[in-house]
Design a protein around this ligand. Sequence first.
Ligand code: ASN
Length: 328
Amino acid sequence: MTPAAPDSASPRRLAVIHTGGTIASRPNPHGPGVTPQGAPSVPGLGGVSITEFQPFTLPSPHVTPAHMLRLARLIAEVAPHHDAVVVTHGTDTLEETAFLLHLLLPPGTPVVLTGSMRHAEEVSGDGPGNLLDAAQVALHPAARGRGPLVAFGGDIFDAHTVTKVHTTAVDAFGGYPGPIGRIDRVGETPHVRFFAGPEAHAAYAPEHLNARVEILYAYAGWQGEGYAEAAARADGLVIAALGTGNLPAELLPLIERTQKPVVIATRTHAGPVIPVYGYAGGGATLVQAGAIPASFLNAHKARLLLLVLLSLGYAREDIARVFAEGTF
Ligand SMILES: NC(=O)C[C@H](N)C(=O)O
């Protein structure tokens, strides 16, 4: 694929939205560690006019679905006036923001998220390169119609599958089956290649994200501790279950008795949840008991989808259909 051709007649318009994270962080002048302080500097790009926005400046563990909804609304507002949008974000919950934006935004103007693993004052900081990559991917014609992407360490990921795979390495993102594209540079010329075409996409428009969805994490010997309390508090549950979506036998009667939607994801790092096993607590018995398989979504992305659908007032059967048909 050819590199993005600069249009010398009218500058392309890029919106860069800063939200915090390590890419915006420096040593804390008032206490321990590093903290987000302001916005990272955006590299100049020939023939591109850049407008910057800073709706909030947070470490990403402090980012909530309400912040993500605010960000989605800001992107929807600026997208019609720009050719592309870049979002800088902390890496810890970057995949959640990318996936929620994917659920909420129509796949028109490209949106590319990035961040960094090393802060602005570290030797070999990865922020400037990642930000330049994100801008060049977002401005590339082949990025259109794909929904939000993540550019990190030269790889390009889609919002469905991207996940943080390392706590400190600069190649911190991966996910099964892997990147959908790659950006490299020869001199200043970006070379962007996509390995896959755009996927089908549904955009949901909830007015709020006030439903309560909790995640429970399965382990060998779990007898359901915490389940009843979570089921009473929440509007829906996601369980990061074992393997293809199996649980200890003690969970089966608890799930059978739960009227609220219970989505079964997996704590395994790749592969689908499918109803294979018929022993008590096996995936086939959980589905028979009314549980909803999360397909390929990890637990925290399944939680966001369930949050959106519950906030829109979807009933259990409609939620099950969305997960089964993959309309997300
Ligand atoms: N590399 C990072 O951005 C991690 C940081 N804790 C954050 O998510 O805000």
